[in-house]
Design a binder for this molecule. Structure first.
Ligand code: FFO
Ligand code: ATP
Length: 186
């Protein structure tokens, strides 16, 4: 393993533990409230949410609210080492288990998001993000940003903030992070 990868693995382990401690319904609710304040600016634009796994903060209440006024999608993995695609989602969508345990819609059209609610393990004050290590969001944001601006909104508990994270040239930066404590813009 390279030093960089080793540092990332270490930072991941620490972040998993902090996220588990921070997980609560109260924090989920407060974070969704702040998320909706941020998304109000982009009402009607296609938004990518996600189906929470493990101890991730749950964005579904905010996604359900957004789905009343515009298209909302969730990530679908088509293959390793490829960008994610986003399939249209509403609270009534029929879902099946996708790879890594996240639910995906059984059917539906594909959307190209202008705003992405991005799950993460850790973030820092420069907008760097650490995920599970698949590189999916990096590849996806890089592709989307080739043709149009894509607003990356990290969604997390405040305890997931880390000191300067190790980064690689392929890491795509977050534009902001929303937590139960409020909004951090970079
Ligand atoms: N809710 C949610 N959906 C998502 C993502 C996500 O981070 N959260 N993704 C974001 O990319 C994609 C799924 N990618 C994933 C990639 C790897 C693992 C994972 O758990 N990998 C290892 C653990 C890695 C580690 O411990 O360091 C495993 O299988 O145990 C999970 C999701 C698309 N959907
Ligand atoms: N745009 C890209 N093109 C090619 N490879 C990439 C790209 N972005 C990331 N990768 C590769 O993916 C690997 C994993 O990236 P990284 O550790 O940043 O994942 P992550 O952001 O934690 O995961 P995820 O986005 O799936 O939650 C990197 O080592 C990198 O080589």
């Amino acid at each position: 393993m390279t030093d960089q990868a080793d540092q990332k693995a270490r930072a991941r382990r620490a972040a998993f533990a902090r996220r588990k401690t921070a997980k609560s319904i109260e924090h989920d609710d407060a974070a969704c409230g702040h998320l909706l304040e941020v998304l109000r600016t982009d009402v009607g634009k296609p938004v990518a949410g996600y189906m929470p796994i493990r101890t991730e903060v749950d964005p579904r209440p905010a996604m359900a609210a957004m789905a009343r006024t515009g298209p909302v999608g969730v990530p679908v993995i088509e293959a390793a080492d490829t960008p994610l695609r986003f399939r249209r989602w509403t609270p009534d969508s029929e879902m099946i288990d996708g790879p890594f345990g996240a639910k995906v819609p059984v059917s539906g059209s594909w959307i190209t998001p202008a705003v992405l609610i991005v799950p993460l393990l850790a973030f820092d004050r420069s907008g760097a993000r650490l995920g599970y290590g698949g590189g999916f969001y990096d590849r996806t944001l890089a592709l989307l940003r080739q043709t149009a601006p894509a607003l990356a909104v990290g969604f997390a508990f405040s305890a997931q903030e880390a000191d300067a994270l190790p980064t690689e040239p392929t890491d795509e930066r977050l534009d902001m992070v929303v937590t139960e404590a409020g909004v951090i813009r970079f």
